[in-house]
Design a binder for this molecule. Sequence first.
Ligand code: GAR
Length: 196
Amino acid sequence: MFRIGVLVSGGGTNLQAIIDRIEDGYLSNCEITSVVSSKEGVFALERAKKHGISARCIARKAYSNTEEYSSALAAHFEQENVDLIVLAGFLTVLSENFIKRFENKIINVHPSLIPSFCGKGFYGLIPHEEALKYGVKVTGATVHFVNGEVDGGKIILQKAVYVQDGDTPEVLQARVMKEAEHIILPEAIKKLSMEK
Ligand code: GAR
């Protein structure tokens, strides 16, 4: 089995997309061994528990800096012996040490077509707000490896989504999630699991 650890900070719709594709057999060679949240009480933890997946919070605010927080996460995932760490709406920065320890084993889903609307400060709803402000007619999502540069790692998959007249950031976010993120994240995991 290809062992996956998932890091979340919020609602967990991307986590749900992975769970659904494991349960429908598309990712039949994969299992989520653990879900870790950077925040208490987020819905992503409930989603995991509902599907019998071990889930816990390792709170960012309990650690005084990125280095110490990343060490705690690294210790957890090393113990879990994961093949892949998926950042599924994980909105906390990880240290260089963490990234080196799991080189080519960390992927992130980002809600734009990198290199547009990405990098430091572009997370959650912000890439959609900026895409609408700029007036682009096509946006989308990207799954990429995580390296030392925010949203700068090698791209694995991308999918385009049309912007529609009257879109609000929330409406656009929902469309990008449904038509792009939730499709390419399981596809990227499948691709990597087959290469193992
Ligand atoms: C998703 O749109 C994800 O791409 C984004 O946060 C949202 C989390 O939703 N991630 C980033 O912006 C990372 N830079 P979810 O908790 O429902 O999966």
